[in-house]
Ligand binder design. Structure first.
Ligand code: EPU
Length: 339
């Protein structure tokens, strides 16, 4: 098949369901397609690589080259006594990959079940939930270097993972197409319960540590209860990061909000709950155009049907400035916003 660019509305390629038009859309399905991207890459000022589209906010018109990776497959690379090294290709659904591993008896990813998106998107923002982040199991990321037309393997240390960020979200993003991820998983199920202990969840439901199936059911139902169904309302999960602030900013915010939810990280470092702050500034259920703050979780913005990029960004700016005025805390947007 001839490699060529297409005109495309990306509405069904981003989970916020924003209309976003481009004349430069290309689906990568083969090595030949990868070479084609390298040939045309320098014609563009920017490149956008789309995975499941669950962590991006797209503008109405895109002049950049837009690439969707469609490689699939899961394979075992090495089989050690206590661990296994598994490779999953970028186009696989993340949740299906997690379930595949659990069914094979390979553990480590279970707290990350039911996160929307593809495998290729997982390292970009270092997806995380219930006390575990992608970086905890990552061995390396395999990518196509657009600028020199080569496959490279980036070891975990060089991915510079941090809270909802990585080298792929930062400077290298324009040059790399993630092809697959390699994760080191355990043959023994050793549940990570830190989050549940902290949130007093286990005391209510102790049976959930007994079997992996119960555990997964619990994770999935917790996510379902806090996150709106993407099929019903476009959204990108958490719209803001939980801010990590200094003691001075924390104490100042605590002065305004004595029951503020926070987690102490270090001597001078506190992670604050963005959802709690937005909620307590009175934003649940508020609307701007066709975008609303989810009434069950203030951290989530919803597309109520015909949302536009400007509606999303205006509402986000109103929320952030209100939270700043009332608490002195600066909120940062979690998804990657393309202008
Ligand atoms: N809260 C409120 N009101 C709200 C929302 C939250 O009071 O409207 C309070 C909750 O009651 C709780 C605290 O805020 O005391 C924290 O809420 P929760 O534990 O649900 O977690 P979160 O901070 O809202 C983070 C991640 C989620 C992840 C969950 C569970 C970020 C930005 N979000 O949410 O990740 O699933 O923890 O681990 O780090 C994502 O990144 O897209 C995402 C969904």
């Amino acid at each position: 098949m001839k490699s060529e660019l297409k005109h495309q509305n990306l509405k069904y390629f981003n989970t916020f369901k924003l209309n976003s038009y481009t004349d430069h859309f290309f689906i990568v399905r083969s090595f030949k397609d990868l070479k084609f991207t390298t040939n045309i890459f320098s014609d563009y000022k920017d490149t956008i690589v789309i995975g499941g589209g669950s962590n991006i906010i797209l503008p109405e018109y895109i002049a950049s080259l837009v690439i969707k990776v469609d490689f699939s497959g899961i394979r075992m690379i090495s089989n050690f006594e206590n661990t296994v090294l598994i490779e999953a290709y970028a186009g696989e659904s993340w949740h299906d990959f997690v379930m595949y591993c659990i069914n094979k008896g390979w553990y480590g990813l279970e707290n990350l079940a039911f996160i929307p998106g593809t495998v290729g998107a997982a390292p970009v923002q270092n997806i995380g939930a219930y006390g575990v982040e992608f970086s905890n199991c990552c061995h390396s990321v395999v990518a196509w270097s657009l600028s020199d037309g080569k496959v490279i393997e980036i070891p975990v240390k060089e991915c510079f993972f941090s809270y909802r960020s990585s080298i792929f979200k930062q400077e290298l993003n324009r040059n790399l197409i993630i092809l697959s991820v390699r994760v080191l998983l355990s043959r023994k199920w050793n549940p990570n319960l830190e989050y549940f202990k902290r949130n007093d969840f286990l005391s209510k439901t102790p049976e959930h540590t007994d079997s992996i199936n119960d555990f997964i059911d619990t994770i999935c139902s917790m996510r379902k209860s806090k996150l709106p169904n993407i099929k019903e309302f476009g959204n990108v999960g958490s719209f803001f990061k939980n801010p990590i602030v200094t003691k001075e900013i924390f104490l100042n915010a605590l002065n305004f909000f004595p029951s503020l939810v926070f987690w102490k990280q270090g001597e001078d470092s506190y992670k604050l709950s963005a959802g709690w702050l937005i909620d307590n500034c009175g934003w649940k259920g508020k609307k701007y155009g066709s975008v609303a703050v989810y009434d069950k979780n203030a951290l989530i913005l919803l597309n109520q049907g015909s949302a536009k990029f400007d509606d999303v960004m205006n509402l986000a700016a109103l929320i952030a400035s209100d939270v700043y005025c009332k608490s002195g805390v600066i909120l940062e947007i979690e998804p990657k916003v393309y202008y």
